[in-house]
Design a binder for this molecule. Structure first.
Ligand SMILES: Cc1cc2nc3c(=O)[nH]c(=O)nc-3n(C[C@H](O)[C@H](O)[C@H](O)COP(=O)(O)OP(=O)(O)OC[C@H]3O[C@@H](n4cnc5c(N)ncnc54)[C@H](O)[C@@H]3O)c2cc1C
Ligand code: FES
Ligand code: FES
Length: 498
């Protein structure tokens, strides 16, 4: 076991020990290393002012550069990785330009006014530039959705991004930077458990599954951390001190999405970014919801298993995965069991997880689901948590509905199936009247609450409308269009119209 974390910072090896385990990267950069280019705007993963780039090797050995919100990244999560901050991107070597191309385009297109957001935007561009993707005209909004600017109105920044050229063979200064980065990462690689702590608060990063299970069993009350896009906020927003944290991110094999005959098996450290392609195969609605999940930064750190294990009633994946009949696998030192995902959620904040057990995989059926649809309703289109999330999956034979799996988020204390609406549909003809009946049955399934995201009435109405939207989609019924400034339908009229 090592009590020092080792990582690469701006292409130099850095070793850190004797630090509280819940120290964030942003606080360390700014307060200990005096690297103050990365800014703190929100401290909760929303504004992107703290964006740095973390390079890791993918499962296949390829290097990938991830934009990461340093404000909710714990220091122990950097073990073995390479971090580049805004201070580290200036090109080095003979004939290299003064500014990095990602900085130069911001200058050329007046992409910076007060400058507070600028390092974060540049680092998001830098990650896309290194990876060679995310800079096509229709990708730029997604690439920059995790960075907020209050001054420019965004147009100059989007124009700057559009002007960035990515060469198939990077310039010489970048090739040598990448070579050195890879060499340093290979040099510091090892497979011992690492513990970062100050005697009171520890961050434990095991490298093997057995060591992980034993560490968790041996530390009752410890917090499992995956991408820290929830846990990070407990520290930065709730000012909680977490005595012991155990990280899934370094355990061999935990980052794998494995394909079996029937399932995708998604390990505990698989991020949303890494899972998207597999899970969304043949399911465009799932792809769209995952693309709107947080931001590039959140998807680069946040995990699929974290989105399940947190038990949130408004998580985006649970309703979709319940509708697809996914299962959750739980493991402990000497135990392993599986259950249908919907059974995992018992009540608000309560999941079916025994002491010492952790989520070791999510098993998502690969069978085609041509009738699967998912609709996310949030106040903002990008980078927002759902007010209501509806996922629908029917089996249909000879024009008759033979099976139904319908699940909602935001309608109850847990992600929950709509049992009465499902019952109303099963055995019915595939026609709009069946969905009108199912929309009415939702009133028996759910008693939603009013909170800052939506009122109970709004949630009820939206859920019923989503059921009708689904029915219209499957039956090919045209959706009534709103016209004029306020629309020609009174509130609630949509239901009567159909
Ligand atoms: C800016 C921002 C935007 C967001 N947008 C969305 C969104 O659009 N949709 C959405 O659904 N969520 C969103 N989230 C919430 C969050 O990103 C997701 O829930 C994410 O999937 C959590 O995964 P994580 O790996 O970061 O979990 P962590 O924060 O590491 O952990 C979350 C919880 O799960 C537990 N846990 C994690 N892994 C395991 C495991 N293997 N076994 C047992 N327990 C475990 C932890 O102990 C903790 O209680 C957003 C968050 C932020 C900060
Ligand atoms: S400070 Fe806003 S995302 Fe980190
Ligand atoms: S330039 Fe001022 S916040 Fe973006």
């Amino acid at each position: 076991m090592r009590e020092t974390i080792t990582f690469v910072l701006n292409n130099r090896i850095e070793q850190v020990s004797n630090l509280p385990g819940d120290t964030t990267l942003l606080n360390w950069l700014r307060q200990r290393r005096r690297l103050t280019g990365s800014k703190e705007g929100c401290g909760e993963g929303d504004c992107g002012a703290c964006t740095v780039v973390v390079a890791r090797r993918e499962a296949g050995g390829e290097m990938r550069w991830h934009p990461v919100n340093a404000c909710i990244q714990f220091m122990g999560m950097l073990e073995g990785a390479s971090v580049t901050t805004i201070e580290g991107i200036a090109p080095q070597g003979d004939g290299a330009p003064d500014l990095h191309p990602c900085q130069q385009v911001m200058v050329d297109h007046h992409g910076s006014q007060c400058g507070f957001c600028t390092p974060g935007f540049v680092m998001s561009l830098f990650a896309a530039w290194c990876n060679g993707d995310g800079l096509a005209a229709d990708e730029i909004d997604t690439t920059l959705a995790g960075n907020l600017c209050r001054c420019t109105g965004y147009r100059p920044i989007v124009e700057a991004a559009a002007a960035l050229t990515v060469r198939a063979i990077p310039p010489a200064y970048e090739t040598s930077r990448r070579r050195r980065e890879a060499e340093l990462m290979d040099k510091i690689a090892h497979d011992e458990t690492v513990v970062l702590g100050d005697g009171r608060r520890r961050f434990i990063a095991p490298a093997q599954k057995e060591a992980f299970a034993q560490a968790y069993a041996g530390s009752p009350g410890a917090t499992i951390v995956a991408g820290a896009t929830d846990v990070g906020l407990w520290v930065t927003k709730q000012n909680r001190h977490l005595p012991d944290m155990i990280w899934t991110g370094r355990v061999a094999g935990f980052d794998k999405v494995a394909k079996s005959g029937v399932h995708w098996r998604v390990g505990p450290a698989v991020t949303h970014a890494a899972a998207m392609t597999a899970l969304a195969e043949g399911r465009p609605d799932l792809a769209e919801v995952m693309r709107r999940f947080g931001s590039v930064q959140v998807r680069a750190s946040g995990t699929v298993c974290g989105n399940i294990a947190n038990g949130s009633p408004i998580g985006d994946l649970p309703p979709m995965l319940i509708a697809l009949a996914a299962e959750v696998e739980l493991s402990g030192v000497a135990s392993n069991r599986q259950m249908p995902l919907q059974d995992f959620f018992i009540d608000y904040g309560k999941q079916d997880r025994q002491e010492g057990e952790f989520v070791s995989a999510i098993l998502v059926p690969r069978a085609p689901a041509p009738q699967f649809r998912a609709y996310k309703i949030s106040k903002r289109f990008d980078q927002d948590i759902s007010a209501v999330m509806g996922a629908f999956n029917l089996s249909v034979s000879n024009g008759r509905i033979t099976d139904a799996r319908i699940a909602f988020g935001g309608m109850a204390a847990t992600p929950k199936r709509a049992a009465m609406a499902e019952a109303a549909l099963i055995g019915s003809q595939l026609e709009l009247a069946s969905f009108t009946a199912a929309a009415a049955a939702l009133a028996e399934d759910f008693t939603p609450i009013t909170d800052m995201r939506a009122s109970a009435d709004y949630r009820r109405q939206v859920a019923a409308n989503l059921m009708l939207k689904y029915g219209m989609d499957l039956t090919g019924t045209p959706v009534p269009r709103l016209t004029g400034s306020g629309g020609d339908l009174a509130p609630g009229q949509l239901r009567e119209t159909v």
